[in-house]
Design a binder for this molecule. Structure first.
Ligand code: ADP
Ligand code: MG
Length: 527
């Protein structure tokens, strides 16, 4: 094949691709893919660890996101290169599977590509690299399993995991410590012998107070409005109904002109409507319900009747909110007021409407059905609460992963030093050029402690030498960030712990993505 997409058959050129089709091949394709992947990974490097910096992402229309979260950064970046896109997927997978470690996974994938580039330059065949990386990743998994310090972490360890995931994030003026406690409390509320029901924890954010006002609510918070200001602001020992119906005139008797030919008929028609409308409130009042959430619209005349009946009613309620309230209070949704029975009602200790600036939120506390909890996250500005929400989500995920997915390991680069050492050790017994790939994997893993050192302002080479020396001397050591600098010490003693699942997933997804990119030798524009 001499030209892009062209094959010769019996002397006649045969085009299998559109002549204009863009195509890069061989070394060009490989090096362009590798560079793109490395560039993406490079873009999140400075955010790693407690001393990592934040990124400000500005969209075309001026929306600004300030974050330290790898997945968010890569998601918001406008990345077009297909190989670069694969690195974005690494972060996304990491986020979906374990909820944290997205920066770690992206940096590792980038460094695996970097190492692969050197191997390719030394004429190591791509499939040899792929095999070597896979073998090394297997060894890395074993190293992680052998170094889990607690498969069933205690409260203290859970707090430390939560805190390690939050340090360096935008937690406002509230120290990570208090937020960590809130996170661990939340997870413990929703865990039972079957594990942690992460779906039962939600985060509700509200601008306008300092981060230290963040609290854990036993129940749900929904952003809905009272049907009328004349309705009560709070109801204790509430019986709750969920109605999916418009409380309006179902079929108007007045619209059609020809039906109404005199005043008597008009009055009769209005009368019939009013009756129909009055029944809604009467029927509701006859049940035990005192708080009603309606997904549809409510006619003004019905509103007046509902106020008279002393009910607290919300209209136009979001279906997600209806579901959440149902889950928390045990209320079942009914299709009409008429079919509402006492069995359908849910209950809560208190339903209250609280005002925050111009916004009103509904707190439904002490619902009887499940242990649903909500973290009510506060912050002074939208940017602050958004970042707090991301940080809390990461922390909730790491605590959940530590409980449900195989314990915790020493953080601050310690587990990476252990992995690198083990992989290098075992590389010695691997024959041929594959050995080079396995060794390269070990070097790549060390990019993580190296980057932590860089971000802490330490000399990365000295730090790595010291870390290896400490490890060889039999001490578990990481690069603990302390004040303005870092110290080489045992992360377990300092309480810097990461879930084993985060490390497992990072090794896995980084290996997958980098080997996939290395294997590609032809990039063809397709439609
Ligand atoms: P990721 O997106 O990969 O989770 P982070 O910015 O959250 O990136 O950084 C995670 C790394 O920071 C982990 O390796 C963790 O062990 C480390 N880390 C957390 N707290 C400390 C600390 N106090 N000192 C040093 N390293 C820490
Ligand atoms: Mg993290």
């Amino acid at each position: 094949m001499s030209q892009s997409g062209q094959r010769r058959m019996g002397g006649q050129p045969m085009f299998i691709l559109n002549e204009d089709s863009e195509r890069t091949r061989g070394d060009d394709a490989q090096s362009s893919n590798i560079s793109a992947g490395k560039a993406v990974s490079e873009s999140v490097r400075t955010t790693l660890g407690p001393r990592g910096m934040d990124k400000m992402l500005v969209s075309d229309d001026g929306d600004v996101v300030i974050t330290n979260d790898g997945a968010t950064i890569l998601n918001e970046m406008d990345i077009e290169h297909p190989a670069a896109q694969m690195l974005v997927e690494v972060a996304e997978t990491q986020e979906e599977e374990v909820g944290d470690g997205t920066t770690t996974a992206s940096i590792l994938a980038g460094e695996l590509l970097s190492q692969a580039e050197s191997l390719l330059e030394d004429d190591v065949h791509p499939t040899t690299i792929v095999e070597g990386y896979h073998e090394a990743s297997q060894i890395a998994h074993e190293a992680i399993e052998d170094n889990v310090i607690a498969t069933d972490p205690d409260d203290e360890q859970l707090l430390q995991v939560a805190e390690s995931s939050m340090t360096g994030k935008g937690t406002g003026e509230l120290g990570a410590e208090d937020l960590a406690q809130t996170v661990v409390d939340a997870v413990q509320q929703v865990s039972n012998e079957d594990g942690v029901d992460r779906d039962n924890i939600t985060i509700q954010t509200q601008v306008g107070a300092s981060t230290s006002a963040t609290e854990l609510i036993e129940g749900v918070i929904v952003d809905e409005e009272r049907l009328s200001e004349e309705m009560p602001r709070s109801v204790e020992d509430a019986s709750i109904a969920l109605v999916e119906e418009d409380l309006e005139v179902k079929e108007s008797n007045i619209d059609a002109e020809y039906q109404v030919s005199n005043v008597d008929q008009l009055n009769a028609a209005i009368e019939a409507e009013t009756d129909q409308l009055r029944k809604y409130a009467e029927t509701l009042a006859a049940t035990d319900a005192d708080v009603v959430f309606i997904d549809g619209d409510v006619d003004d005349r019905v509103t007046a009747n509902l106020v008279d009946a002393g009910l607290l009613v919300f209209d136009d309620v979001d279906s997600d909110d209806i579901n959440a309230i149902g889950a928390a209070t045990g209320a079942s949704r009914v299709g009409s007021v008429n079919s509402l029975e006492d069995d359908d009602l849910g209950s809560a200790e208190e339903v209250s409407v609280e005002k925050f600036g111009d916004d009103e939120l509904v707190f439904i506390k002490g619902g009887t059905a499940t242990e649903t909890v909500t973290i009510f996250a506060r912050g002074s500005t939208k940017h602050v609460v958004d970042e707090i929400e991301r940080t809390l989500n990461d922390a909730l995920d790491v605590v959940t992963a530590s409980l449900d997915a195989g314990g915790v390991v020493g953080g601050a680069g310690a587990i990476e030093i252990i992995i690198a050492d083990r992989v290098r050790d075992e590389a010695a017994s691997i024959r041929g050029r594959k050995q080079l790939a396995v060794e390269a994997f070990a070097d790549a893993v060390e990019v993580l402690p190296r980057t932590l050192a860089e971000n802490t302002g330490m000399d990365p080479i000295d730090a790595l030498v010291d870390l290896r020396a400490a490890h060889d001397g039999g001490d578990a050591s990481g690069l603990i960030s302390e004040g303005q600098t870092g110290v080489i010490a045992d992360p377990i003693e300092y309480g810097v712990l990461d879930p084993a699942a985060v490390k497992r997933e990072a090794v896995e997804s980084a290996t997958e993505a980098s080997t996939m990119i290395v294997r590609i030798d032809d990039v063809i524009a397709s439609n």
